[in-house]
Design a protein around this ligand. Structure first.
Ligand code: IMP
Ligand code: MG
Length: 171
């Protein structure tokens, strides 16, 4: 796997602090329920919540999208639902990356059925040009061009999640 560094850890650290500050201000001291999307979002979520200045509770969801390799077929299923009750609560979904938007829009629909007081999305990366479903994240770490990225939680076949910086795969 050949790769080039795209976002160094120092830039990630700085951006995560900025996002956490903005989120803390926007929620004005209210308690958040942060829903991380497994597996990719676990590192971003861990850094983000430790930089928040408001209390939060944490839960996780896991989704499976059926399709071959990196191509989403549009068939999504929840393989692990959240366990906390989010009815009348402020919910913030934390994603690693929004690509076609298929996965996220499916999860948002499922969460909306649970009647949260508010429902927003914070994604570490946003590949806007690849969108198939019209969905926008409320908070975006970095907007990136098309290309497959790894590191900081994002994997290529379960590899490279542990890397502290983000890389784009070149071949
Ligand atoms: P979507 O349904 O096409 O938006 O795909 C979202 C999911 O695909 C993300 O949560 C990632 O798990 C995965 N994904 C999309 N692009 C990348 C990438 O460049 N690197 C690693 N995973 C990716
Ligand atoms: Mg993901």
């Amino acid at each position: 796997m050949k790769k080039e560094m795209l976002i160094p850890r120092a830039a990630i650290e700085k951006r995560v602090r900025e996002l956490a500050l903005q989120i803390s201000r926007d929620y004005g001291g209210r308690e958040l329920i942060v829903v991380g999307v497994l597996k990719g979002a676990f590192i971003f979520l861990a850094d983000l919540i430790r930089a928040l200045e408001i209390p939060c509770r944490v839960d996780f969801a896991r989704l499976a999208s059926y399709g071959s390799g990196s191509i989403s077929s549009g068939q999504v299923a929840v393989t692990k639902d959240i366990e906390l009750s989010v009815e009348d609560k402020d919910v913030l979904v934390v994603e690693d990356i929004v690509d076609t938007g298929v996965t996220l829009s499916f999860l948002m629909e499922k969460l909306r059925e649970k009647a949260p007081r508010s429902l927003k999305v914070c994604t570490f990366l946003d590949k806007k040009s690849r969108r198939k479903v019209p969905i926008e994240a409320d908070y975006v770490g970095f907007a990136i061009e098309d290309g497959f990225v790894v590191g900081y939680g994002l994997d290529f076949d379960e590899r490279a999640r542990f890397l502290p910086d983000v890389y784009v795969i070149t071949e």
